[in-house]
Design a protein around this ligand. Structure first.
Ligand code: PLP
Length: 245
């Protein structure tokens, strides 16, 4: 019998799997899916330019990447016209959600999200002892006003909002999202998950304003850029400041 015990917090956690991968389901079914829809991957795959850059970089795969992601942060900063100091690179949004929750959530910290929203956020939040408070969807959309009210009522420190949303596939206009950002109580940090924003109609993303202290926006190469399985870095950045891959 093992004498190794989980932490007190881990012992209280339910056995939860936030995302059951298609491979797991295929093994359970004993057959392959015709289409892998559940993971929301881009079936188009990466741009041919990105594939070429990856082919050229493949021989250097033995190297760890630059821990500061200096070149990638600068390329992204140039692309978005913001200061690189405002950009953090992670291994995808899921990883960044975990780090964020770890930094902000103590056992008992109130957190707000929509009932049925992206489960990986909940997985991390509960995993660090956070207490989830949920508000219902309204007409298949996340309900910004209900989120704001709930944040005030429970004194939440963190509130999650995805635009566009998964699983509903609905989205709000930039104006609605800007209002949400402007009206969230200053004591709460808004996590604005924009994993799908590049695929939304123009006008879905409010302008980036890194000076807003209680909003953190998350983007990814996994969806519109078709690079769910890739580690991303910039190659030969000094020679190709005009090309971001
Ligand atoms: C709303 C949302 N956020 C984040 C992710 C995961 O993003 P990443 O691949 O960058 O971890 C997904 C993937 O399904 C998602 O639906």
């Amino acid at each position: 019998m093992s004498k190794i015990t989980l932490t007190a917090l881990a012992q209280t956690l339910p056995s939860t799997v936030p995302f059951v991968g298609p491979e797991t389901q295929e093994r359970a079914l004993g057959k392959k899916f015709k289409a892998r829809l559940g993971a929301n991957e881009s079936l188009f795959g990466p741009s041919p330019k990105a594939i070429l850059a990856m082919e050229q970089a493949a021989a250097d795969i033995w190297q760890y990447g630059d821990p500061e992601n200096y070149d990638l942060r600068n390329a992204l900063a140039l692309h978005h016209d913001i200061d690189p100091a405002h950009i953090i690179i992670g291994e995808g949004i899921d990883g960044l959600l975990s780090y964020l929750v770890r930094l902000l959530v103590d056992p008992g910290t109130p957190i707000v999200t929509s009932h049925g929203a992206y489960p990986t956020f909940n997985f991390h939040a509960v995993g660090y002892g956070g207490v989830l408070h949920t508000v219902p969807y309204k007409n298949d959309h996340e309900d910004p006003q209900a989120l704001i009210t709930e944040v005030s009522e429970v004194g939440a420190k963190l509130v999650y909002f995805a635009n566009p949303d998964n699983p509903m596939g609905t989205w709000h206009s930039a104006k609605t999202v800007q209002d949400l950002m402007d009206n969230i109580p200053q004591e709460a940090l808004l996590v604005l998950d924009e994993a799908y924003v590049e695929m939304a109609p123009k006008g879905t993303a409010p302008p980036l304003n890194p000076e807003t202290e209680n909003v953190i926006r998350m983007r990814t190469f996994s969806k519109a850029y078709g690079m769910a399985g890739a580690r991303v870095r910039v190659c030969n950045w000094s020679k190709r400041t005009d090309q971001i891959v």
